[in-house]
Write a protein that binds this ligand. Structure first.
Ligand code: FES
Length: 465
C-alpha cells in the first residue's frame, strides 16, 4: 500500500540521460537530499546533473512521516558528553536552521505544501529523568526546549520534552516544486563510479564533483559504509476518526510510538526493527504484536490504534527504510580521503527531513570551497566514540551470522537466496512479503527483484514457494 503522500501528487516525468555528457557536478539520487543539494549547487553557480534510477521521490522521501525537527530522540545530552558543547551546538543549530531554511524557501517560492510550525515532543510513560536531562541539554545549546507533563495523547505520561517552533509538511508537494529548479534524468541507473566518471545504463557523466545522495552508498570500497551502517524498517498506519494532536510526538520507551497529524488523519508509527531480523529472539523480539505473532507490525499498530482511538479507521499503511550509523549521527561530507571529488549524504536515521537540508547546505559549501564550521560533527571521518565501537561489534556479529547462514540449507524446502551484495542469507519478512538482508539491509520482492540497496542487482537464484 502507498503512503498518504502519494495520493494527491503527480510529479512531472523526466527523460532518461540522452547519452554521454560533462557537467561540473553529478548528483546521484533524486530524493530530498539530492534535489536540495542540486538546487543549492545551482544557486552557487555550479551546474549539477541529477541522475535517478527510478522516478523523482520514489525512494525513501515518499515513505517518511515528514516531521521537520531538531528533536532527534534523546541525543543532546550524549552529544555534549561525546563531542563537547561546541560540536553539539553545531549539530543543534544546523538542524534548527534547516527548519528555517525550508520555511524561507517555501515562502519565497510560494510552494503549497501544507507547511505548519508546531511543537515536537518526546514522551515517556515510565520515567521523567531522561526527558528532564534532555530538555536541559537542548536548552544549553540554544534550542527552545522545556520539560513538562502536559500532553495531548490519549494516555498519561511521566513527562515530555517539548521543542518549540518545529514543523511538518507534505514532502512530495515540496519536492515536486523544487525538482522544477534542477536538471534531472530519470530511469537512469548508475552502474559504476570511477574517479570523475559516473557510468549509467544510458551513458556516462563526467563531472568535477560527484555526490552520492542515493540513501545507502552502493560503492563498498573506499568508504566502507557497509561496515559502518545498518538499515532499519519502521511502519506507519494513517487513521481517520482518531485524535489530531497539534504537536508531533515520539515515545522513548521500548514500545513507544510516533504520532503526527496530517490533514484529517493521524499518522501512527512504530514497530522499528533491524532490516532482515524478523524472528522471535532477534532484535525485533520486543516488538511483537499483542497477538504474539512474529512480524505483524501492522497488526501491532492496528491493535494500539483500536485501543487508543476506538472507532478509528485505517486509510493507508506503509513502511520506511532508514540507514543507521554507528553513533547515530549522519555521514555528510567527503566520501573518502582517497576520492577527494566524491561527497556523500547518508545515515539520516529517522530524521531525513532536516538532515536532507543540512546535507545540501554542507555539501554545497564544501564543493564551493567555502568554510563550514558545522561540517565537522557530520563528517564521515569524525572521531570514533565508545557508542560507535559497541554498535560496530553488534553490526559485525550480524554480518558474520548472515554470511555463515548462507552455507546452510533453507527451511521448509524453500530455496532461500543469498544477497548479491556480499552473500548473506536473506530472511523472509512476512509483513511486506519481501526477502530482507540482515547484514546491510538490501531487500527483494518475492520473485527476487531488487527493492532497496546497497545491492545493485536482483537475486540470481529463483525463489520457489
Ligand atoms: Fe550486504 Fe546483503 S546488503 S550482504
Amino acid at each position: 500500500m502507498e503512503s498518504v503522500w502519494m495520493e494527491d501528487i503527480k510529479i512531472r516525468r523526466r527523460e532518461a540521460l540522452p547519452g554521454d555528457m560533462e557537467a561540473p557536478a553529478a548528483v546521484i539520487g533524486a530524493g530530498l537530499a539530492g534535489i536540495l543539494t542540486a538546487y543549492y549547487l545551482k544557486q552557487a553557480g555550479i551546474r549539477p546533473v541529477v541522475l535517478e534510477a527510478d522516478r523523482i521521490g520514489s525512494g525513501q522521501t515518499k515513505n517518511t512521516t515528514a516531521k521537520m525537527t531538531s528533536q532527534h530522540n534523546l541525543i543532546y545530552g550524549w552529544l555534549i558528553r561525546a563531542f563537547g558543547s561546541r560540536m553539539a551546538e553545531h549539530y543543534a543549530m544546523a538542524n534548527e536552521a534547516a527548519i528555517g531554511e525550508y520555511e524561507r524557501l517555501i515562502s519565497e517560492k510560494g510552494i503549497a505544501c501544507d507547511f505548519v510550525r508546531c511543537p515536537s515532543y518526546l514522551y515517556s510513560r515510565t520515567g521523567a529523568e531522561l526527558l528532564k536531562q534532555e530538555a536541559q541539554a537542548a536548552q544549553s545549546l540554544g534550542i527552545k526546549a522545556s520539560f513538562g507533563t502536559d500532553c495531548e495523547l490519549p494516555f498519561s505520561v511521566a513527562g515530555v520534552t517539548r521543542f518549540e517552533d518545529q514543523a511538518r509538511f507534505h514532502p512530495l508537494k515540496f519536492l515536486a516544486e523544487m525538482a522544477e529548479e534542477v536538471e534531472i534524468y530519470e530511469q537512469t541507473k548508475v552502474l559504476k563510479v570511477e574517479d570523475r566518471k559516473v557510468e549509467t545504463d544510458r551513458g556516462t557523466v563526467t563531472a568535477e564533483h560527484i555526490v552520492f545522495a542515493s540513501h545507502y552508498p552502493f560503492i563498498n570500497v573506499p568508504g566502507y559504509y557497509f561496515a559502518r551502517m545498518h538499515q532499519e524498517r519502521s511502519y506507519v498506519v494513517a487513521l481517520e476518526d482518531a485524535g489530531r494532536p497539534k504537536g508531533m510526538y515520539l515515545g522513548i520507551d521500548r514500545d513507544g510510538l510516533s504520532f503526527r497529524t496530517c490533514g484529517n488523519f493521524l499518522l501512527l508509527g512504530g514497530g522499528s526493527h533491524r532490516t532482515g531480523v524478523n524472528r522471535r529472539g532477534g532484535a525485533a523480539a520486543g516488538l511483537m504484536s499483542a497477538k504474539g505473532g512474529v512480524g505483524d507490525r501492522y497488526g501491532m499498530l492496528r491493535d494500539r490504534a483500536r485501543e487508543l482511538y476506538p472507532g478509528c479507521h485505517e486509510v493507508a499503511r506503509w513502511s520506511a527504510q532508514d540507514c543507521m550509523t554507528l553513533d547515530g549521527l549522519p555521514y555528510i561530507g567527503r566520501f573518502s580521503r582517497h576520492r577527494p571529488c566524491w561527497y556523500v549524504a547518508t545515515g539520516f536515521g529517522k530524521w531525513g527531513m532536516t538532515t536532507a537540508m543540512v546535507s545540501a547546505r554542507i555539501l554545497t559549501a564544501l564543493i564551493g570551497g567555502r568554510d563550514c564550521p558545522e561540517a565537522d560533527i557530520f563528517s564521515p571521518g569524525r572521531h570514533f566514540t565508545a557508542k560507535a565501537a559497541k554498535k560496530l561489534a553488534v553490526h559485525g556479529a550480524y554480518t558474520v551470522k548472515g554470511l555463515a547462514k548462507h552455507l546452510l540449507p533453507g527451511g521448509n524446502k524453500e530455496i532461500i537466496p543469498n544477497c548479491p551484495h556480499m552473500g548473506c542469507r536473506l530472511e523472509w519478512n512476512p509483513d511486506e512479503e519481501s526477502y530482507d538482508c540482515p547484514c546491510h539491509g538490501s531487500r527483494f520482492d518475492s520473485k527476487g527483484h531488487l527493492i532497496d540497496g546497497p545491492a545493485q542487482t536482483d537475486c540470481r537464484k529463483k525463489i520457489q514457494h
